[in-house]
Design a protein around this ligand. Sequence first.
Ligand code: AN0
Ligand code: CP
Length: 315
Amino acid sequence: MKRFLTVDDIGDLKAALAEAQQVKKTPFAWQDLGRNKTIILVFFNSSLRTRLSSQKAAQNLGMNTMVLNINEDSWKLETEMGVVMDGDKSEHLREAIPVIGSYCDIIGVRSFARFESRDFDYQETILNQFIQYSGRPVISLESATRHPCQAFADLITIEEHKTVARPKVVLSWAPHPKALPQAVPNSFAEWMKAADVDFVITCPEGYDLAPDIMQGAHLERDQRKAFEGADFIYAKNWSSFEQYGKILSKDRSWTVDAEHMSWTNNAKFMHCLPVRRNMIVSDEVIDSPNSLVIPEAANRVVSAQVVMKRMLESL
Ligand code: AN0
Ligand code: CP
């Protein structure tokens, strides 16, 4: 595996899930695979889970890990091509990326949507530069439009907790005070469409995801109807794709509370975290026995380890 950005990069999902089960059962079985290998994790944005689960996954595989927080530990980086660098940016990505590549065998990058230009974000300008100039396999640790390590962990969690062969999985928009990227819902939708589940998206007008993401997903505008018979509720806020990066609603009637959950088939509650309590989900729902947020986060080690293992195997 040379890159991990979308669901297409993982190949057959059944095989990936079987591998995830193996990795979870015997996490230290591949300690030799990563010996004398190094992964560098580059963060343009904050992280708790991605940072720690990636480090843990690398450690389980016997790899060395280095973490670079751009703007905090390093020079401020210029990302535009062809500019006169007379501002506050001391170094260009064009040099920084191959230098980082020269110190490691695998690179992980987190670079969120910037919301300055939909084209810049949706063309994955930053991530593609890492792919093009590093000479190393690249893992997306949440790019402008995708969060594949999260979606893979979500799929593993659904597989572990489902009680019917083909569960109904609902991705529900929920309110949030700040404009958030579409990366998590994009990836979740992409992975659920590829998985053996009945997948429904519910969101207010103006919050439809990109057309290629919506295509093949069942959209139900009425949140209550969407929740009826659901086995899994996956809540997430995202900003508008149409009116790119805008907050069009903070309607708290979309907050997932006990009444919302009463419409479901005793559904399990999921969220990628970090979550704002009583905005996205009420205390009683996230604290209930049906909440999977902690095992879901724990599975981030498993998804990251499968990806890194496959990359090490193809070095
Ligand atoms: C980010 C997002 O919504 O993309 C990261 C989620 C994993 N969330 C926040 O910035 C709160
Ligand atoms: N879910 C997730 O990616 O969390 P962090 O932003 O803390 O890494």
